[in-house]
Design a protein around this ligand. Structure first.
Ligand code: ZN
Length: 244
């Protein structure tokens, strides 16, 4: 007998029933993980078995993509359910070794509902050169994630990774991991996915601007106006959830 704490309820389930849908919320979130896993793979952000996505089922449980699987080939039943300490509670596959960064974000940001970790090529090139995406040359990035800091290098799959991210998590929605990749998070999987897409686009623009001689940074007063617009945008987004 295994206990699964689902949204607003606790259900006792037999182990042989784990592959069956348990509630409408979980079924939809499994579908979303499959859907956005395929999107990040199609965009070239998760070559091989790279990357992982997760979403909160409730305040105590997380639903995540498993280790060692192409994001193009995942099925709903491949997902694993784990607790806030990273212990697997159900699922035939194993928990990703990179789950520590997800747990750190959920611990420090109660507002976050979903996380996307990928290796988008241009953003990852910035991370490989240990350059933050912190030049305010595009209004769009200031309207969505804000500028993107660079966390110090940490060995993948170790506790060093969450330690390197912790100083940035409370104040940022997107973080570059030195010599590794990108982490974004938000109020839903569509929100976290779109932040990934936006950061990679900003990385492409930043690279092209650099090749053209360097972009022109926005002035402080214009940045402040965009920050205010972002706050309004977040408020509206909370009232009108994105399509998925
Ligand atoms: Zn990674």
């Amino acid at each position: 007998m295994i206990t699964s704490y689902l949204t607003h309820q606790t259900i006792q389930i037999e182990s042989e029933d784990l592959a069956s849908p348990l509630c409408p919320e979980e079924t939809d979130l499994r579908r979303q993980l499959v859907h956005f896993g395929r999107w990040v793979h199609r965009l070239g952000y998760t070559p091989g078995t790279a990357g992982n996505l997760s979403v909160r089922l409730d305040s105590k449980l997380i639903l995540a993509t498993p280790t060692g699987c192409s994001k193009a080939l995942l099925c709903s039943d491949d997902m694993v359910i784990l607790d806030n300490e990273g212990h697997k509670l159900s699922g035939a596959r194993n928990v990703t070794s990179e789950i520590g960064m997800h747990l750190a974000v959920y611990r420090l940001r109660p507002d976050v509902q979903a996380i996307v970790h990928t290796h988008p090529p241009i953003a990852t090139a910035f991370a490989a050169c240990r350059k933050a995406l912190d030049q305010p040359i595009c209004s769009e990035i200031l309207m969505t994630t804000g500028l993107v800091p660079l966390a110090s290098y940490a060995t993948t799959g170790t506790e060093e990774v969450s330690a390197s991210l912790e100083p940035f998590i409370p104040h940022h929605d997107a973080i570059l991991l030195a010599n590794h990749g990108l982490l974004t998070y938000g109020t839903s999987l569509p929100d976290a996915f779109m932040k990934t897409e936006t950061v990679e686009h900003f990385a492409q623009v930043s690279l092209a601007a650099h090749q053209l001689g360097g972009g022109t940074s926005l002035q402080e007063r214009d940045i402040e106006k965009l920050k205010q617009a972002r706050a309004r945008y977040k408020q509206n987004a909370a009232q009108n959830p994105p399509c998925n």
